[in-house]
Write a protein that binds this ligand. Structure first.
Ligand code: NDP
Length: 316
């Protein structure tokens, strides 16, 4: 069977991928988006998005991504389910493997693979995966109506998740390793003023327990000091909100240069990577802002950069 050739292949379907699709299709460089493991990206697991310009009343994340997809498709972007499992950027055109099976070639590639939730690395997180451990309150909060849950982390995500869960659960602990919340003031206030939320500062989780899924967590306060104190809390659900890791393993293995944390290095303000013809946009290449609006803007830049590249190489 002949290998399919794609002019502009976009990996990922978050705000960066879809915006790249909108611009690339309008400029006639025939984009095909492979959605990846989480169609619509991280925003499909969030609650209302209140800080994306143009939505004065806020918008549900899932709905916003459905609209972005429609907008990209309206101009001819082809959106396919599929996960890029391998890439060879050493040949022209580039070669990419989809779902470990199908091979396609591409003239230009826009990497918009986003980021995934981090875990603490405790063996118990794996032991109780799907049995009380989650990294997505909007996905799994429903199961904890009138129960007790804990959220780990002190950033905006943790505050957002804790507030969301407090609407469902009877009680929410926030387990924060420092003596302050790193979150922005508005988010911080929301949790501090919520009577259902109890913040445990200077506290680390060292394990989980339970015979029937998660029934509690082993915690340590002031770890490593002379005030160190171990204690347990009874919980039904344990939610991680400690940041994200960029999804760049596949492209890094193909030679795309990243920083120590795995974020793709781009030649800012351009989206060019160390490999000519490979561009990066969104959270996979943004260690600083990690906001939907920035991802969308970077997707726009990547499509324009790809268009210029294809034109310069008579590939348009
Ligand atoms: P952050 O990196 O901002 O915060 C991570 C939190 O997890 C910190 O409190 C950190 O603690 C804690 N943490 C990290 N590793 C561990 C660990 N191993 N054990 C215990 N605690 C740990 O990530 P977020 O996901 O909260 O936010 C990422 C970005 O997205 C930010 O720029 C944020 O502003 C933005 N965002 C914006 C939203 C909005 O505007 N609506 C919503 C959600 C996110 P420590 O402080 O000690 O490092």
């Amino acid at each position: 069977m002949a290998t399919e050739h794609i002019k502009t292949l976009i990996i990922g379907s978050g705000p960066a991928g879809y915006t790249a699709g909108i611009y690339a299709s309008r400029s006639g460089i025939s984009p095909v988006i492979y959605e990846g493991l989480q169609p619509g990206g991280q925003l499909t697991t969030t609650t209302d998005i209140d800080n994306f310009p143009g939505y004065p009343e806020g918008i549900n994340g899932f709905e916003m991504m459905a609209q972005l997809r429609q907008q990209a498709e309206r101009f001819g972007t082809e959106v396919r389910s599929g996960y890029v499992t391998a890439a060879d950027f050493g040949t022209r055109p580039f070669r990419l493997t989809i779902d470990g099976a199908t091979e396609v070639t591409a003239d230009a590639v826009i990497v918009a693979t986003g980021a995934s939730a981090k875990y603490l690395g405790l063996p118990d997180e794996q032991k109780y995966a799907g049995q009380g451990v989650s990294a997505c309150a909007t996905c799994d909060g429903f199961f904890y109506r009138k129960k007790t849950v804990a959220v780990v982390g002190g950033g905006d995500t943790a505050c957002e998740e804790a507030s969301y869960l407090a609407n469902l659960a009877n009680k929410v602990y926030m387990i924060v390793r420092k003596d302050y919340l790193r979150a922005t003031e508005a988010m911080r206030k929301r949790v501090e003023e919520n009577p259902k939320i109890e913040i445990l500062f200077n506290t680390n989780t060292v394990g989980l327990f339970g015979d029937n899924g998660v029934e509690g967590a082993h915690l340590v306060r002031h770890r490593g000091t002379d005030r160190e104190e171990a204690f347990d809390i009874a919980i039904d659900g344990f939610f991680l909100a400690i940041g994200h890791k960029p999804n760049t393993d596949v492209v890094a293995a193909a030679g795309v240069v990243t920083d120590e944390a795995g974020y793709i290095r781009v030649d800012d303000p351009h989206t060019t990577t160390n490999i000519e013809g490979v561009f990066a946009a969104g959270d996979c290449a943004d260690p600083n802002y990690r906001q939907a609006i920035n991802a969308a803007a970077m997707g726009c830049r990547a499509a324009i950069d790809a268009d210029h590249y294809l034109a310069a190489h008579n590939l348009k």
